[in-house]
Design a protein around this ligand. Structure first.
Ligand code: BGC
Length: 773
């Protein structure tokens, strides 16, 4: 077993954390979390920890926050206000080691050595520890944990334990901790448990198997209780105990369904092949993912590591086989935001999936299709037509944003995003269009995507009220959540116009290519010509806040008149600026929480003509306080596009630091949107990849310090490998038919026989040469 417990040797693939500090432990548990899109697990130490249960903790903290999650397992806990949240499932990794009757607990005795490593290449959490107990016994352990990427139902834990003494009475207990917290048990059998959520009636089944070998001889466990295994033996110094545990999990969304047979079948599958095969298949699955989505940066080891970390978590977060769930703001790595899904998914994560893992992108968009009824209901409730997606979404598509939270003084603060942050509907439409343009997945477009486009466009037309000087979208919150209840947020309005334009285009396309589908859809949606006229009117007359004289968008009506504030004066504060200067002053000032007009430059560059993008970026970038983990990455992407590589790198490094540095803010889970944004900064920013054009487009602006950037993308059924140096781009068609590719403005055909090399060195038009195949 020892050989598999060693991390990948090649440098740059392994993140390590030594020792323990209560201040950063929760963040480490998030950073090193495991996931496969169906299951998630924080990187809590499995051995040597005491029990954890929910209780009021005002002045002290949990030494560790072990959590296992199942995607989509939401229920309504008894909070005020009530907010649907992910229910944690049994923590199947806990191991208790009891030596001469004394449990080994990290806080007692002396931890001589403790190391956790995230092997990103193999998708493994590897730990080692040496502990001297108060009785003077030295125990050391090695551990491996994984959530299988080859069979998403399955998790594996291996442990190797050695003691330094003879004659110790050893008792090793493997259990499923916290089982039933927040759920009622419906089935408990020797190797199987099933629990049901109280309110939503979902059922989760977990099956387990465990074994222990002592010096290669298998030891029979006692089974005092379901899902608990106990072994006892008398120690010999240096003797090796090897423990292996498999878990298999299944979820059912209706209480009438029984997921137990599925979990049992997955467990049987795994035990039949054995842990070595489980590990091998998992590693092979990671290998295949790295081959498709890995990014290589030659010349910047820090950002290389950060991008690997980003791709590691992005790969861990999605599940192409389940289109009833989406990715929460902290993925399945922590409790913050209750597992809720925000615009983060469509705007910050989807480009990655669309470009390198379209099957996952499709499932994520189908989640929005399945939750259209919730979005329609929300629009109707607010007095609008069409589909208004919830700002925060869980499993049903009903709005789940808390109506209030408690402020630092214990008083409730009303949360308005759920009522006013409407740009989400255009964000979903944007992701739908981008996915379809990049993949050419016509089935999705015809059967699901077009309906999302039409229903969101219908919402915007009903939302934009005609007044004497144009149509207005009043009373919203834009991406800059520091300013609430504003009129005509430029990001929202321009995205709304774009959304309507794409819906009209989609309808034309449906009529031309699938006339039957077009007419049934129009009939079902009761979409008549007069309504389409109204859409056309809205598309042309929604005000945008663009001043043609200055080329500047006003972030919202009245923004320019707010007090100017020197935002950089507050940059060194540990607290966000709105906390430092207070809510009222923030709202009265030109201080922006996160990329807002800047995000518009990234998403719709065509909305900025001439030097418009630069003018707006130079205006808004200094006003941004980056009060959200989404912000710096979007600034990096735009800075890169505008040719400011130094600034792009600075913002990329800031984003990388969010979850890689010992930042206690990661305690509630990794900030996955920041990680998706980091990928975008490199691929959509620096490489200038555009997924929405007629052909695959690339317009690289490599920083001086980078020698080469290499990655692959999928494009309309093909796989293309791209290698970018400062003076040339090479494109190779790995799979699929010949295609057009536009590199630095020049379009040509890429075919399987001959890779393309485009020379970027001349100032004028790039010269084109074909490389020998
Ligand atoms: C940001 C939102 C984001 C949310 C979840 C907030 O702080 O302002 O834009 O969607 O966090 O990540």
């Amino acid at each position: 077993m020892l050989e598999v417990l060693q991390p990948t040797e090649e440098p740059g693939w392994v993140l390590a954390h030594e020792g323990y500090s209560v201040l950063t432990e929760s963040a480490v548990e998030s950073r090193f979390a495991l996931g496969n899109g169906f299951l998630g697990m924080r990187a809590s130490r499995s051995t040597g920890r005491g029990p954890t249960w929910a209780s009021w903790l005002g002045y002290i903290r949990w030494a560790s926050w072990p959590r296992c999650y199942v995607a989509g397992l939401f229920d309504l806990p008894n909070t005020e206000p009530p907010v649907p949240a992910l229910v944690p499932v049994a923590d199947w990794s806990r191991v208790r080691l009891i030596l001469d009757g004394e449990p080994l607990v990290a806080r007692e005795g002396e931890v001589l050595h403790g190391l956790r490593r995230l092997d990103m290449r193999r998708g493994l959490l590897l730990s080692e520890w040496t502990h001297r107990t108060p009785a003077g016994i030295t125990a050391s352990g090695h551990e491996l944990r994984l959530l299988s990427l080859a069979d998403r139902a399955v998790g594996l834990q291996l442990q190797r334990i050695v003691l330094d003494r003879d004659g110790i009475e050893v008792r090793l207990e493997a259990s499923f901790g916290l089982a039933g917290l927040g759920m009622e048990p419906v089935r408990l059998e020797s190797d199987l448990g099933a629990w049901r959520t109280e309110g939503t009636g979902k059922v989760v089944a977990m099956a387990g198997a465990a074994s222990l070998n002592l010096n290669d001889v298998s030891l029979r466990p006692e089974r005092p209780f379901p899902l608990r295994w106990v072994w006892r033996w008398r120690s010999t110094a240096g003797e090796v105990a090897e423990f292996a545990r498999l878990v298999a999990v299944a979820r059912a969304d209706r209480s009438a369904e029984d997921p137990a047979p599925q979990a049992t079948a997955a467990l049987e599958r795994s035990t039949a092949v054995g842990w070595r095969a489980i590990l091998q298949e998992h590693e092979a699955a990671w290998d295949a993912h790295w081959s498709d989505s890995g990014i290589r940066i030659d010349g910047d080891d820090d950002l290389q590591r950060a991008l690997r970390f980003a791709v590691y978590h992005l790969t861990s977060a999605a599940n192409p086989d389940d289109d009833r769930v989406s990715i929460g703001a902290r993925a399945l790595t922590g409790d913050a935001y209750f597992g809720h899904v925000f615009w983060d998914t469509e705007i910050y994560l989807l480009p990655f999936y669309t470009a390198v893992w379209p099957e996952a992108a499709r499932a994520l968009l189908m989640y929005r299709y399945h939750t259209l009824p919730g979005a329609r209901a929300k629009a109707a409730l607010c007095g609008f037509r069409g589909a208004l997606y919830p700002w925060e979404s869980a499993d049903t598509g009903v709005e789940t944003t808390p109506e209030s939270v408690l402020g630092p003084d214990g008083k409730p603060i009303e949360i308005l995003t759920g009522k006013m942050e409407h740009h989400i509907s255009a964000d979903v439409a944007y992701a739908v269009w981008q996915y379809w343009r990049a993949t050419g997945d016509d089935d999705f477009f015809r059967d699901a995507g077009a309906e999302i486009l039409l229903e969101t466009a219908r919402f915007w037309a009903s939302r934009a009220v005609a007044e004497a000087d144009g149509r207005h979208i009043r009373g919203v919150i834009g991406p800059d959540e520091y300013h609430e209840d504003v009129d005509d947020n430029a990001f929202t309005n321009v995205m709304a116009r774009w959304n309507i334009a794409r819906a009209l285009e989609a309808l034309d396309l449906l009529r031309a290519r699938w006339p039957d589908r077009a007419s049934t859809l129009r009939e079902r949606l009761a979409l008549d010509e007069s309504e389409l006229d109204d859409w056309r009117d809205a598309m042309g007359r929604i005000v945008t806040g663009l001043d043609p004289a200055t080329a500047l968008y006003e972030q919202f009506a009245g923004f320019h008149a707010l007090k100017r504030l020197n935002v950089s004066d507050y940059a060194d504060h540990a607290l966000p600026i709105d906390v430092v200067i207070g809510r009222e002053q923030t709202q009265g000032s030109q201080v922006v929480k996160q990329a807002d007009v800047v995000a518009l430059i990234a998403l719709l560059p065509e909305a900025f003509s001439g030097h418009g993008a630069t003018i707006n970026f130079r205006h808004y970038e200094p006003l941004c306080a980056h009060g959200s983990s989404l912000s710096a990455a979007m600034h990096a992407r735009v800075a890169a596009r505008l040719g400011d590589a130094d600034m792009a790198l600075r913002y990329m490094r800031e984003t990388a630091a969010l979850d890689l540095d010992p930042d206690p803010n990661s305690a509630g889970g990794i900030r996955i949107a920041g990680l998706g944004g980091l990928w975008q900064a490199a691929v959509l920013g620096i490489a200038g990849l555009n997924l929405m054009g007629e052909a695959l487009e690339l317009d690289p602006k490599l920083p001086r310090t980078w020698n080469r950037l290499t990655f692959k993308v999928r494009w309309r059924g093909r796989s293309v490998s791209l290698s970018l140096a400062r003076d040339a781009v090479e494109a190779t068609l790995i799979e699929g038919d010949a295609m057009d590719i536009t590199i630095a403005g020049l379009t040509q055909t890429l075919n399987a026989r001959s890779p393309l090399r485009v020379d970027l060195s001349s100032e004028a038009l790039p010269s084109v040469a074909e490389v020998e195949a």
